[in-house]
Design a protein around this ligand. Structure first.
Ligand code: MLT
Length: 200
């Protein structure tokens, strides 16, 4: 997958996996790194799917309606990419913390829904429930930060509550943070995510 890797001050540090929103690229979330942890390794990936020229991490049938078959396929593809990238660059495969926005948050959520060992933790900005009616792996010990908007037109507030409940139910430790700036990735939630990260 097209990506950027930046080694941190030490390869044994955590690796932030950055996952952009629809129409974004692997450059988009790089400015967040300094807010979260300037010492960290960074693996920023571009989604492999295009929708009218806009990169995404999986196909959708309509806004908010996911192509489940493609979601499962793309989730596996990203999971395998992470395994390979850890070998190629020498970072700790078991210490990956995802930071995803919108479509990127949805594939990060999907990694957790499908694989017990995909991520150590995840900061999900304006995510949706990636799939319903499936059994999640045991996520005991995993930490998740969800930044949601009370007035997000793409991810209704109930969707964020449902996601928290499903992850909690699988044993994850979930912190839900509310903003009121619609679907925007805003500084308030980035600061809250940085505080969450320090507590890991
Ligand atoms: C998605 O398709 O992942 C969600 O609708 C969010 C978006 O990318 O617009």
């Amino acid at each position: 997958m097209k990506h950027i890797f930046k080694k941190g001050s030490d390869l044994s540090n955590p690796t932030l996996l950055l996952l952009h929103g629809t129409g974004g690229t692997e450059e988009d979330l790089l400015p967040l790194v300094d807010h979260i942890d300037p010492e960290v390794n960074v693996l920023s990936v571009r989604g492999n799917v295009e929708e009218n020229g806009m990169p995404r991490f999986f196909r959708r049938l309509a806004e908010g309606v996911f192509d489940e078959e493609d979601l499962i396929f793309r989730t596996k593809e990203l999971y395998e990419f992470l395994d390979q990238a850890a070998k190629d660059y020498g970072f700790d495969r078991d210490n990956i913390i995802a930071v995803g926005y919108s479509n990127g948050a949805n594939i990060a959520g999907s990694l957790m829904f499908h694989y017990q060992d995909a991520l150590k933790a995840a900061s999900l900005h304006h995510p949706m429930v990636p799939r319903r009616g499936v059994e999640l792996p045991d996520l005991t010990g995993k930490k998740v930060f969800i930044a949601a908007g009370t007035n997000d037109p793409i991810c209704p507030a109930q969707e964020s509550e449902d996601l928290k409940e499903l992850l909690d139910g699988a044993g994850a430790n979930v912190q839900l943070h509310w903003e009121n700036q619609g679907h925007q990735l805003n500084l308030g939630e980035v600061k809250a995510a940085a505080d969450w990260y320090k507590s890991l």
